[in-house]
Design a protein around this ligand. Sequence first.
Ligand SMILES: [Zn+2]
Length: 338
Amino acid sequence: MIRQAVLEYDHSNDALDDLHTLIGNREALILRGLNGYDEAVRVSPRIAEIPSIRFNGECSDEEVERLKAHRPDVWIAVGGGKLIDTAKRIAFTQSVPLIIVPTLVSNCATFTPLSVIYGEDGTYLRYDTFPVVIERVIADRRLLRDSPYDYFRAGVIDTVAKWFEARYISGTTSRDAGIHSGLSLAAQCGALMDLSIREDDFRRYDTDIRFIVDHVLAIGGAVGGFGDAGTRVAVAHAVHNALSRFDSTHHWLHGDKVGFGLIVQERMISSEDTLFLEKWLQSIDAPTSLEQLGIRFDQIDELVDYVVEEMTIQGIHKVEDTDRLKEILRNLQELVYK
Ligand SMILES: [Zn+2]
C-alpha cells in the first residue's frame, strides 16, 4: 500500500511565523519537549501564547493514554522523534489533525505514518502503522540551524540506512510501482554519503545542507510511505533494537546504532560496499566496533540471540547461519580492522 501522511511541508527561513495563520480560530494544544520548545519560542515568541502540555519523554502506550485526557481541534508537536511519534499516535486515535515542528534534524518521524512504541523504561516494543493526517511540517531554518549537531549526524546515518535496508529487502528495482518509487527515493538517500556533513557546514546551512535536511526529515520518510514493507527496516534496525537492550548503548543515538547495524547487515551479505560504508562511518565519528558501544566479547552470544529475535519480530527473513553472525560480531568487537 502507498501511504503518505503529510499534506504540506514547508522548509523555509521563517516557516514558524505562519503557525498562527495556519491554526486560525481552532483550539490548539502544543505537545512540548524539554529543550526544543524553548528554542522555538526564542525563534518565534508568539508560540508561547498557545496552550501547551509537557511530554514525559517516552513514546509509550501509557503516555498516549495520559494525553487522551486532552482533545484540542489541532495538536501541535514541537520536539524530537519520540515526541512526534507520540503526537501522531494521539492525533490518529482522536481523529484530530496534527502540525509538526521538528526541533532536531534526527529522523523521519515527521513524514512517516507510524509510531515506534517503547516501554516506560525505554525498551523498544513495536511499531504501529496508521493513517494520520499531518497538516503541515514546519521546518524553520532558524530553529534547525542551531539544533544539536550530533543529532543531525545520526539522522543522516539513519537516512542513508534507507538505501541499504531497502536494497536488502527488495533489491535495486521492482515491478511494483510503490516499491520502485521507494527504491528510487532510497537511492537518493544513499547518495547523501557523497556530501560533507561536518559541523561547520551544518552551521552555515548552505544549499547542500538544506538538501540533506530535506532528505532526513521528508524524503527518507516517504521511502517507506511508497514502498511499505518492501522498503522499510531490515537487519540494521534489528541490530539497533538488539543493541538498545544493553544499557551501555543508551548514550549513543538511534542513528549511531543503526550505522553499526548496517555494517553487520552488509557483512552478512558480503556486500562490496561494506568497506566504503565502514570508512564513511569512521570519518564522521560513528561507532564501528562493539567496544565503542560498550559490548564485551562475553555478551556477543546474548546479542546474537536478541538480533535473531528482533528479526523475527520485524518479519525479516531469518538468519540461517547464526554462527556466521556471531563471527561477524566477534570481528567487530575490537577497533582493529579485520
Ligand atoms: Zn531508524
